[in-house]
Design a protein around this ligand. Structure first.
Ligand code: DX5
Ligand code: ZN
Length: 216
């Protein structure tokens, strides 16, 4: 069963609430909220007040917050108070990953970890029992609309096998360049959450794009 998490980075921010409502009504199970600080990644997106506004307008949505920031532990409480459901941070950003996972859980939300394409996937195997979600980046984080890196497929399969071997079931999510073709490859390899930005929000009919991806 695939859960689609449309990345609002590609939405029209002048109509953000309406766009989010459209994709949720079309079957998206989450909203993917990309936070960039201009330091961990070379781009700046949006932050706590935008999440708080969305959560006020759409309180029942699941907010899949992806922190591409250098100091996730400091900012996690504010995102949790603003309505985050799961907070995912990059293992490359922190020194003590288990402590960061605990700090996020202490905020009362789910905790996820993400890995950039060049980070060895084996490095997160010991962390799998500790998290609700593992987010595999299939592009370098920082920008929407990039081409899918096919190596992500084998990384997802390796994570799926490691989860099975350990008897744990975190969500395996994939982010970057996801469309019907690449999404199907990732789902077959074991991903159960697909993040898609431009494929959804740049489509002529975003609701139809959501329905197509949910059906994978
Ligand atoms: C990239 C972000 C992605 C991005 C995906 O750093 O984490 O969530 O919005 O965009 P697409 O689906 O267009 O590659
Ligand atoms: Zn993302």
């Amino acid at each position: 069963m695939i859960t689609l998490s449309p990345s609002i980075l590609s939405a029209d921010f002048a109509n953000l609430g309406a766009h989010c409502r459209t994709v949720l009504d079309a079957g998206a199970g989450m909203l993917h909220f990309d936070v960039m600080d201009g330091h961990f990644v070379p781009n700046i997106s949006f932050g706590v007040p935008v999440l708080a506004s969305l959560h006020k307008a759409l309180p029942d949505a699941f907010y899949d917050v992806h922190l591409m920031i250098s100091d996730p532990v400091t900012y996690a409480p504010a995102f949790a108070r603003a309505g985050a459901s799961c907070i995912t941070f990059h293992v490359e950003a922190v020194q003590d990953v288990p402590a960061a996972i605990r700090a996020i859980r202490d905020c009362g939300v789910q905790a996820g970890i993400s890995i950039k394409p060049g980070t060895p996937v084996e490095s997160v195997f010991p962390l799998l029992p500790l998290v609700d979600m593992v987010l595999v980046m299939s592009v370098e984080p920082g920008f929407g609309g990039q081409a899918f890196q096919p190596v992500a497929v084998e990384r997802i399969a390796a994570l799926r096998d490691a989860c099975r071997a350990q008897g744990v079931k975190p969500h395996i999510s994939v982010d970057g360049g996801i469309n019907a073709e690449t999404g199907a490859l990732c789902a077959a390899a074991g991903a159960d959450v697909l993040v898609a930005g431009s494929t959804v929000f740049s489509a002529a009919d975003p609701a139809a794009a959501v329905a197509a991806l949910c059906a994978l």
